[in-house]
Design a protein around this ligand. Sequence first.
Ligand code: 5GW
Ligand code: MN
Length: 353
Amino acid sequence: MAPARHIAPVGTTLKRWLPVIFVGLMFFTGLAWNNFPEGGWPRCASYGVIDNPLDDNYMDHVMNVQLPRMNYAQPKVLNPVRTDVLTMTPWFAPIVWEGSFNRDILNEQYKKRNISIGLTVFAVKKYVVFLQRFIETAEKFFMVGQRVNYYVFTDLPEQVPKMTLPDGRQVVTIQVPGYKRWQEVSMRRMEMIHDASMRNFVYEVDYIVAVDVDMQFTDEVGVEILGDVFGTLHPGFYETERQHFTYERRASSQAYIPEDEGDFYYAGGFFGGTVKEVFMLTGHCHSAMMADRDRGIEAIWHDESHLNKYLLNHKPTKILSPEYLWDCNTRSPPFLLKRRFLTVSKNHTQIRS
Ligand code: 5GW
Ligand code: MN
């Protein structure tokens, strides 16, 4: 009788190979993971090669770095440069004041990143008259030496002044509706910046700076303002107790802030950040305004109220002092060493009629 042949039970072959398959998979995914240290799976074969900060090309580059020499006063741990103003929030966001930063150091650091900046401004209806001085003074003081796109949102594209700008700087006109109510003109800025972030900004610039147009630059505004998301202290409220801020106080509004909350009163006319953060900020504010509209309520200071609510809940990573937004009719207090961006007085009845 032939000896009974040992017949392997079903699945044994698989079981025997399982450890091998397992180790193989670990090895393979380990390799793949090392190629993509920022996590996630590659989208295409070349992705890892380009972005791997530890690959040979990158290491060669690191080895060849020439360190430039820079001479400047040593920062002194026991000698704060400004003692008359707050230069840091309780969540460790710097507040930018003259004297608190060294522009040369910042420019040197930003130069290596070759960034470009979008300056958005709305000039709807009669407000086109402000464009000439706005752009002229920006050419003198705004991000000198950097690449800048002026995004002019207007219902009157043919009235945008034609100016020749140096290489790396240009005016981009974006046509928008001329809303009838001025409140609507102001509020819809959030929606239009949100949409343009997706359509244009994300492909064209790294940072967005969103400002009022009835303004002029009177001193340097540079890379010191840049950060993930920043707001500006309103010049009328830097001394005000939080319960007296002109936040929206009706609980039925999305912009509601109770009297015992609030850090600062931020100005609606100067905020910004990376394209991604500005996309989120403007999207959030626009949705909040639409939710209010559905309930028949409009926040007291319109988009500014919603900006304040957003920045209360999403703390800015940098805050600009009132040097960056000052009223031309207010005399400068002693702590205000520079006035960089000033309101242009307007004949209210004429310009707004
Ligand atoms: C018109 C009438 C009353 C209020 C605002 C407008 C208006 C504002 C307008 O007709 N066209 C226009 O483009 N705007 C945009 O909204 C400008 O970019 C302007 O800087 C911004 C905010 O309005 P401002 O500057 O009149 O508001 P305040 O609070 O700075 O005086
Ligand atoms: Mn204004």
